[in-house]
Design a protein around this ligand. Structure first.
Ligand SMILES: Cc1cc2nc3c(=O)[nH]c(=O)nc-3n(C[C@H](O)[C@H](O)[C@H](O)COP(=O)(O)OP(=O)(O)OC[C@H]3O[C@@H](n4cnc5c(N)ncnc54)[C@H](O)[C@@H]3O)c2cc1C
Length: 445
């Protein structure tokens, strides 16, 4: 029985980009001529989702990633065997495979690079297709879905095992006895200001993304029966710059200094800016860089400043005198030889920046489309990554590290593969992969 608080299923997953981080030699990778192995995928993820990545979880995920892809395909999730080659949040095509920074430093030195972002076939965001297919399979399997039911608390037996739950539908209380286990798969907690204030205050001032039901209620229900949590301060913050334009230009902080190789996975740039640069960032580029990026990859943004010289630009942006000038002098000095000894951006992106120069401020809101009333104007869109501590079968652990009998969790109600660092596709990938395991374990319980 599926208890769904909304009028229909899908949740945040259905509004997401739909990217699943899969690899090790999937059919789509092979069709695109990509060579990959579970070991390379493991090496990449261990480096990308740390610090202190959950190695056992990542190994389990990588070893069975091809099988998980095959399962998704058997569920009818369509993937087009074509590769989108440039950095992008969402490619303007229906290509089924994309890079997630595997070819950028430091990852290219640690593992053989292979694109592993698998997208269900659609123009734009494709999470809805993923969820449509999975929901069809669920209903064909005979599962009963009860919508408009908000689960409120768990019920335990005398021995502490979870034996059921209490829910509410249109003001009436329902009590439900679980013959098997209870699997909590209710999303993260980004729409709960109190929990953000307690656990992840860095995320509090920014634009939250997801559904309102990402309120952490299930995490609290489980805490009430002794569950422990993990990485509750972790969050993703996507930055509102075009990934292709970042790679062609430079990203600097509030004192005009670079802090990252701009060709890496753009979510990583956002996360570093959010957590380590006080959510301040500027994208600086020249006309050639701007022209090199197609309109539909610039997201309709225009620069806030355009100047003939770097000195003028620096002054107009309000940066400390000579800060940006020094950064660009140094960048251009090395770029002339195709090198980036500071941050190791790939040679193909290295080229001296020349007049006229331009810059965008992460805090400016000049995107195409109608204004989003929820946009808090900081330039970062955030969601949470931390959640319940589980074992590899999805069983929720108590504060002593012991299994709470009858209780399982998956998706962003739990801490998973994206423990701290985030790579697009690791949330849906982890949620579906460990969700399957939690379901199987609950069925066997
Ligand atoms: C715009 C956007 C793009 C994204 N793109 C990607 C991407 O491309 N790849 C990726 O991996 N991640 C992406 N993410 C992140 C990812 O979508 C989420 O982390 C993921 O969907 C969480 O899945 P979940 O199953 O935990 O939660 P959900 O998909 O939100 O499912 C939880 C369900 O539980 C229900 N629920 C909640 N509380 C209760 C309750 N008390 N009782 C009953 N039901 C309840 C909700 O209504 C919902 O249907 C994106 C997020 C956003 C917002």
């Amino acid at each position: 029985v599926i208890l769904e608080r909304a009028g229909a299923g899908g949740g945040t997953s259905a509004m997401s980009g739909g990217v699943l981080y899969l690899g090790g030699g999937t059919a789509i990778q092979r069709a695109c001529g990509v060579e990959d192995s579970p070991e390379d995928m493991y090496r990449f993820l261990v480096a990308a989702v740390g610090p202190e990545p959950d190695r056992a979880r990542i190994a389990c995920y990588c070893d069975a990633s091809v099988e998980h892809f095959d399962w998704l395909a058997a569920c009818g999730v369509p993937f087009k065997p074509s590769l989108w080659p440039s950095p992008a949040w969402t490619p303007p095509t229906d290509d089924g495979l994309m890079w997630m920074g595997e070819d950028a430093y430091p990852f290219c030195d640690l593992a053989r690079p292979a694109p592993r972002g698998h997208r269900p076939m659609a123009m734009g965001r494709s999470g809805w297709i993923l969820m449509e297919c999975l929901q069809r399979v669920v209903s064909e399997a005979g599962a009963q879905t009860e919508a408009d039911v908000t689960v409120e608390r768990l019920v335990t037996g005398d021995d502490g095992a979870v034996i059921g739950l209490v829910a509410r539908r249109y003001g009436s209380e329902l009590t439900i006895r679980a013959r098997g286990g209870v699997v909590l798969a209710s999303g993260g907690f980004v729409f709960n200001d109190h929990m953000l204030g307690e656990y992840a205050p860095v995320l509090l001032p920014h634009t939250k993304i997801g559904t309102d039901y990402d309120d952490g209620r299930a995490i609290r229900m489980a805490q009430a029966v002794g569950a422990s949590t993990k990485r509750m301060d972790a969050g993703e913050g996507s930055i509102n710059f075009s990934p292709s334009l970042m790679a062609a230009g430079i990203v600097v902080n509030a004192v005009g200094q670079r802090f990252v190789n701009e060709d890496v996975y753009p979510g990583r740039i956002g996360q570093i800016a959010l957590y380590h640069q006080h959510a301040r960032a500027y994208l600086v580029f020249d006309e050639e860089a701007y022209e090199s990026v197609p309109d539909n990859l610039r997201h309709g943004r225009r620069p806030e400043w355009v100047c003939e010289t770097v000195a003028e630009l620096e002054h107009e942006m309000g940066l400390p005198e000579r800060s940006l000038q020094t950064t660009i002098e140094l960048y251009n000095h090395h770029a002339a030889r195709g090198q980036d000894p500071l941050f190791r951006k790939a040679t193909k992106w290295m080229r001296p920046l020349r007049s006229p120069f331009a810059a965008m401020d992460v805090r400016a809101k000049r995107m195409d489309g109608p204004p989003d009333p929820a946009d808090r104007g900081t330039g970062f869109r955030v969601f949470t990554l931390g959640g319940l501590r589980t074992d590899l079968e999805g069983a929720v652990l108590n504060v002593d590290g012991d299994v709470i009998p009858g209780l399982f969790a998956a998706g962003r109600a739990a801490s998973g593969v994206p423990g701290w660092g985030y790579i697009s596709g690791t949330s849906l990938g982890d949620g579906t992969f460990f969700g399957r395991r939690a379901g199987a374990a609950a069925a066997a319980y």
